[in-house]
Design a protein around this ligand. Structure first.
Ligand code: NAD
Length: 420
């Protein structure tokens, strides 16, 4: 999406973040160089038969950034703007995200340069299957486990699982996560990101001295992550959801909305806008609403140096990836707002993906209550770990999360040693 930062090379940003942390934890040159390079990158060019009988050649990537802590994990994106540097950056961020929540994975990412909106279902299936076949050289339950990302979903994962299984000669459900439940998907995966976010909000609120019961909440982006976070904050913690938005605009109600009813309205009309009894507000106003808790759950680069001074929330929980620009982080930190960074606040999704994989390879499936209980435990511990580092190093939570994650990866690299 066009914005002031869209020309920034995301991999350069990812490497700068590593440099900042390296200074904090006094990393030596050799290990630092390892951290700034992806371990393995595969580029594939492959033909796909189109519905009109012609065929087109597509380019795809799979980058395995670091596997010191275990097999790599990360989504597959179908988008016209996919580039190798974007995939590298996303793979690096997956490495840190898995390390923050201390699940035994490294990070990876994949992508295919394509315009899925202009392709038929048959074309998408053939593209997915051929891409899966091309990258099957380096994926697998013990090596690298893909998942859905932008414009890929549980059906895409089903096709990848089937393609990989056909080549193996037996069913391999653990090769991807985010699968439909009948193929070895996990209970609770669909709402895991929003649930994880609501759990870290609960924990951070205790440290920030905020009572979530009755607290006012604004959610930018009432999609998968945002609507689930809103619903759980309302149902389980008694928060008052006063503002929500989607790509069509925002709505505000001072004495609180029922997120279930908003969801129904969105299902019927395609948007939260026009929900009875609410005031229409802009997306910018949602961010600046007079609330205690703000959940950006839509796009990147939403909180900037310009609007950060106007943000009233005491807790900002990043359900979205990359919603806050670095200069805005500093402003929020100085305002004593608690930012729960993306690699912590939205890591519930990858955590339940890990549970899915663990269930698949055991062939033993857990009920929803068990999945949610385990997720709660992981998120509580991860928040506590990040908070401890933030206090010890006197840094904001984002830097703390990166310090924690990168230190864990460095520890694994050092313990394993450099081969040979
Ligand atoms: P989604 O498509 O279900 O929801 C996105 C929502 O944002 C939609 O309601 C859309 O209308 C809204 N939106 C789009 N443009 C907007 C704008 N300009 N202003 C306000 N709202 C706008 O996607 P999702 O899966 O909920 O993902 C949202 C964010 O969470 C992304 O950054 C994604 O990377 C991140 N995330 C999601 C998951 C997951 O498991 N779903 C996991 C980790 C991170």
């Amino acid at each position: 999406m066009p914005n002031e930062t869209s020309t920034v090379n995301p991999f350069e940003t990812a490497k700068q973040q590593i440099d900042i942390v390296a200074k904090q934890i006094h990393l030596d040159g050799g290990v630092l160089e390892v951290l700034k390079h992806p371990k393995r990158e595969l580029t594939v060019h492959f033909p796909v038969r189109m519905d009109d009988g012609s065929f087109r050649v597509y380019t795809g990537y799979r980058v395995q950034y670091n596997m010191a802590r275990g097999p790599t994990k990360g989504g597959i994106r179908f988008h016209p703007q996919v580039s190798l540097d974007e995939v590298r950056a996303l793979a690096a961020w997956m490495t840190w995200k898995c390390a923050v929540v201390n699940i035994p994975y490294g990070g990876a990412k994949g992508g295919v340069i394509c315009d899925p909106k202009s392709m038929s279902r048959g074309e998408l299936e053939r593209l997915t299957r051929r891409y899966a076949s091309e990258i099957s050289l380096i994926i697998g339950p013990e090596i690298d486990i893909p998942a859905p990302d932008v414009y890929t979903d549980s059906q895409t994962m089903a096709w990848i699982m089937d393609t990989y299984s056909m080549q193996a000669g037996y069913s391999v459900p653990g090769v991807v996560t985010g699968k439909p439940i009948p193929l070895g998907g996990s209970e609770g995966r669909g709402e895991a990101t929003g649930r994880g976010c609501s759990i870290v909000i609960r924990e951070a609120a205790k440290d920030a001295g905020i009572r979530v019961k009755g607290a006012k909440v604004a959610v930018q982006g009432f999609g998968n992550a945002g609507s689930v976070a809103a619903r759980l904050l309302y149902d389980e913690q008694g928060a008052q959801i006063v503002a929500v938005s989607d790509s069509k605009g925002g709505i505000f109600k001072a004495d609180g909305l029922n997120p279930h009813a908003v969801e129904e309205h969105k299902q019927k009309t395609g948007s939260v806008v026009g929900f009875p009894g609410t005031k229409a507000i802009s997306n910018a106003e949602v961010l600046e609403a007079k609330v205690d808790i703000l959940v950006p759950a839509a796009l990147e680069n939403q909180i900037t140096a310009k609007n950060a001074p106007k943000i009233e929330a005491k807790v900002v929980a990043e359900a979205a990836n990359g919603p806050t620009l670095p200069e805005a982080d500093t402003i929020l930190f100085e305002k004593k707002a608690t930012v729960l960074p993306d690699i912590l606040a939205n890591a519930g999704g990858v955590t339940v993906s890990y549970f899915e994989w663990a269930q698949d390879i055991q062939g033993f499936f857990w009920p929803l209550a068990e999945v949610n209980q385990r997720l709660d435990r992981v998120m509580v511990q991860s928040y506590a770990d990040v908070h401890k580092v933030a206090v010890e190093h006197k840094v904001h939570n984002r830097t703390a999360a990166y310090i924690l994650a990168i230190q864990r990866v460095v520890d694994a690299i050092r313990l394993r040693g450099i081969y040979p």
